[in-house]
Design a protein around this ligand. Structure first.
Ligand SMILES: [Fe+2]
Length: 333
């Protein structure tokens, strides 16, 4: 498969745009014939690939699943992973619907205040920007890759997807901070289990966990199983456990020493120099590596427009750290 590419992504210092010949079905068939090509390009681009003009996926959603299979041994079937079925594609259960429209009805994130950063661009840095996370980090083993396809994107300059690169941010840490974060584990919480920073600040008592929904430890610095690169791996307000965490063995809670460190690390990770903001065009496909990137959604006017995106999630190569583990999120019968 010949992979003409432009690198990095516009305005960023990582990522690549692939310029592939042919229609979406031809591109998927070429990727299947040479299954190492796209994963190698993803690793080389430090975790983010853009392929444009994939519009035929909208009429043949199985193309997205076939392309996902190139990236790993297991494409999640959302019927078996306790996902709300109204967010699952009716005929292709490997596709998660991300939308503000019925039946999903998920509201867009709030607009940051102020709406623009001091440099006049869309804000990326935490805590001005919130919502940074890596997909399903509340599961062990966590997933590898997400594919995200724009069926109907939001209006221009809204509904972007932001990315911050944990490899670049880790490499730029001062040596003393590197030594500190190398030894830590974060405690990641599933949204909806009542463990958010808002809940802790409001003094709410979290409900008891079912065993399969427990918050999960994850190393704050992960070693990439393909490239060996070291990367920051953490989330913030909505996807860490702010009652027992955010870090194992540090003072817990929203005002503890763990909170101070998380705020410092997350502000560093989301500095503009480590970020990319994707402006969506219909037919765009983004492929990202959750093992080394965090991402965040941005506001769009959900009262006036309907946005529909399709996501698949690829599992199966989390690295030696997770060797032999059974899935934490599946209830044991
Ligand atoms: Fe996400």
């Amino acid at each position: 498969m010949s992979l003409a590419r432009e690198t990095p992504l516009p305005g960023a210092s990582f990522g690549a745009t692939l310029r592939l010949k042919g229609t979406a079905p031809e591109i998927v068939a070429a990727a299947e014939r040479d299954p190492a090509a796209l994963p190698a390009a993803l690793a080389e681009a430090k975790g983010l690939l853009l392929i444009q003009g994939m519009n035929a996926i909208a009429d043949d959603p199985d193309l997205l699943v076939r392309l996902s299979r190139v990236f790993g041994p297991e494409v999640e079937d959302y019927r078996h992973t306790l996902t709300d079925l109204k967010s699952v594609h009716v005929s292709v259960p490997e596709i998660l619907l991300v939308s503000n429209m019925p039946p999903v009805g998920k509201a867009p994130p709030k607009r940051p205040e102020p709406p623009l950063a001091a440099d006049g661009l869309i804000p990326v840095q935490y805590p001005h920007r919130k919502g940074w996370h890596t997909d399903q980090s509340y599961r062990r083993p966590p997933p590898d890759i997400s594919l995200f396809y724009a069926v109907t994107p939001a209006a221009p300059d809204t509904g972007q997807t932001l990315f911050a690169n944990g490899i670049l941010a880790y490499a730029a840490l001062p040596a003393d901070l590197k030594a500190r974060v190398d030894k830590l584990d974060g405690l990641h919480a599933q949204p909806g289990t009542g463990r958010s920073r808002e809940a802790a600040l409001a003094g709410r008592t979290p409900r008891a966990f079912a065993s399969h929904e427990r918050s999960q430890r994850q190393p704050l610095v992960r070693t990439h199983p393909v490239t060996g690169e070291r990367s920051l791996y953490l989330c913030e307000w909505g996807q860490m456990d702010w009652f027992e965490g955010p870090f194992v063995g540090m003072e817990p809670g929203p005002h503890g020493a763990g909170a101070v460190l998380l705020d410092e690390i997350m502000a560093h990770l989301t500095e503009r120099q480590f970020c990319y903001a994707h402006e969506w065009t219909q037919g765009d496909l983004l492929i990202w590596d959750n093992r080394c990137l965090v991402h965040a959604a941005t506001w769009f006017d959900g009262d006036r427009e309907g946005r529909l995106m399709w996501r698949t999630t690829v599992h199966g190569n989390p690295g030696a750290h997770y060797a032999g583990e059974i899935k934490s999120w599946i209830p044991v019968a």
